[in-house]
Design a protein around this ligand. Structure first.
Ligand code: R5P
Length: 321
C-alpha cells in the first residue's frame, strides 16, 4: 500500500514540476566500500537514490557482495576510488559490475575518482606486468563506461588508447585553480615537481594568475627521486605552492620542498588532486618543510579540502535515461 502511494505521488505531474530534477528511479548510485561520502553527495546532487551495497568477507577472506535494490533496466553507477586497497577494489568493482549485469542493469558505469594502475604503463623491465592494460581489459569486459578524474596519462596520451568502452577523463584543474585564487595573493609562485606536471601546473597557474616553473625530476626507484631547478626563478620570501597530480609516498614533493626551502621560499603548500599519502607521506612532507597539504576528495583522507562531487554529478547528468 505504502509503495503504491509513493509511486502515485512520484508519477504525479505536479510532483515532477515541484522537483524538476526528479527523474524517477532510473539510476542507482552505490559504492564498493571506498568513496561512500562522495557517492552519497553525487546522488544527492542528481536527486537519485544512493543504495548501499553489502560487502562482507567469508572466514577465508573471499569477498561477498549483495545489491539491496532492484536493478532491472537501471543505470548502475559504482562510485569507488581505487585507494585505499587497490587490489581489493578491483575485485569488488568487477564482482559488483558482473552482478549488476546479471541482475538486469541496463548500463554499468564505474566512477573511479582515482584510477589506479596507471603508472605501470609499460614493461620497464623484462617480465613485468603492464598493469594499466590488464586493469583496462578487465574493465572493458565487465563495465559499459568509466569516468575518472585526472588519470595519470603519461605514455598513454588518452584513455581511448586503453579502453574500448566509453571512457571519460575529467580534470580537477579548474577546482584547484579556484582554490588557489581564493587562498593565495599575488606573492605566491607555483611549482610543478617534474616534466609530467607541466600540463596541470600551467593551466592551474593561468587560472590563478600566478607565475609557475617546472622542476626536473630523476626517479631512481619508487622511493628515491632527485629534483633540480631547470629555470632559475626568484622564490626568496615567496609563498610556494607545489602542485602534482598524485602524492603517493611523498618523496617527489618532499624533494621539491627541500629545494625550495634552500632557495628561500617563505611558506610551502603542497596541493594535489589525489592524496594517496602512503608510507608516512604526511610526516615526510612536514619534515621537508611543507606547512599545508591540500587534496581533493578523490581519495578520502584528512587533507581533503576541494570537493569533486559537482564535477562528477555534472558529467553523470548527461547520461541517457
Ligand atoms: C609521477 O610522475 C607523479 O606525477 C607523481 O609525481 C608521483 O606519483 C608522486 O609519487 P611520490 O609521492 O611517491 O613521489
Amino acid at each position: 500500500m505504502e509503495r503504491k502511494v509513493t509511486i502515485l505521488i512520484t508519477n504525479n505531474i505536479y510532483y515532477k514540476r515541484l522537483f524538476p530534477l526528479y527523474r524517477g528511479e532510473w539510476m542507482i548510485i552505490t559504492s564498493c566500500g571506498n568513496s561512500v561520502s562522495l557517492a552519497k553527495a553525487v546522488a544527492r546532487k542528481l536527486n537519485v537514490t544512493y543504495s548501499p551495497l553489502t560487502i562482507n568477507y567469508f572466514p577465508d577472506h573471499e569477498v561477498y557482495i549483495k545489491f539491496n535494490t532492484n536493478l532491472k533496466n537501471k543505470t548502475v553507477v559504482l562510485v569507488h576510488s581505487f585507494q585505499p586497497h587497490p587490489q581489493a577494489s578491483l575485485v569488488r568493482i568487477l564482482f559488483a559490475a558482473a552482478t549488476a549485469k546479471d541482475l538486469g542493469a541496463k548500463k554499468i558505469i564505474l566512477v573511479a575518482p582515482y584510477l589506479a594502475y596507471m603508472r605501470q604503463d609499460i614493461r620497464f623491465k623484462p617480465g613485468e606486468a603492464v598493469s594499466s592494460r590488464i586493469m583496462a581489459n578487465l574493465c572493458n569486459t565487465f563495465l559499459d563506461k568509466i569516468i575518472t578524474i585526472d588519470p595519470h596519462l603519461h605514455r598513454f596520451h588518452s584513455l581511448k588508447s586503453l579502453f574500448i568502452i566509453q571512457a571519460k577523463a575529467l580534470t580537477a584543474n579548474a577546482l584547484l585553480g579556484e582554490y588557489i585564487k581564493k587562498q593565495f595573493r599575488k606573492d605566491a609562485v607555483i611549482i610543478g615537481p617534474d616534466g609530467e606536471s607541466y600540463q596541470w601546473a600551467k593551466s592551474i597557474a593561468q587560472k590563478a594568475k600566478l607565475p609557475f616553473t617546472i622542476l626536473e625530476k630523476k626517479r631512481y626507484s619508487s622511493r628515491r627521486v632527485a629534483v633540480k631547478m631547470k629555470k632559475t626563478i626568484n622564490i626568496t620570501g615567496k609563498k610556494l605552492i607545489i602542485i602534482d597530480d598524485v602524492i603517493s609516498t611523498g618523496h617527489t614533493i618532499a624533494e621539491a620542498a627541500k629545494l625550495a626551502k634552500k632557495a628561500g621560499a617563505a611558506k610551502i603548500t603542497a596541493i594535489a588532486v589525489h592524496g594517496l599519502l602512503v608510507e608516512n607521506a604526511v610526516r615526510k612532507l612536514r619534515k621537508a618543510g611543507v606547512t599545508k597539504i591540500i587534496t581533493t576528495n578523490t581519495i578520502e583522507n584528512a587533507t581533503n579540502n576541494i570537493d569533486v562531487s559537482s564535477l562528477l554529478a555534472k558529467e553523470l547528468k548527461h547520461e541517457d535515461k
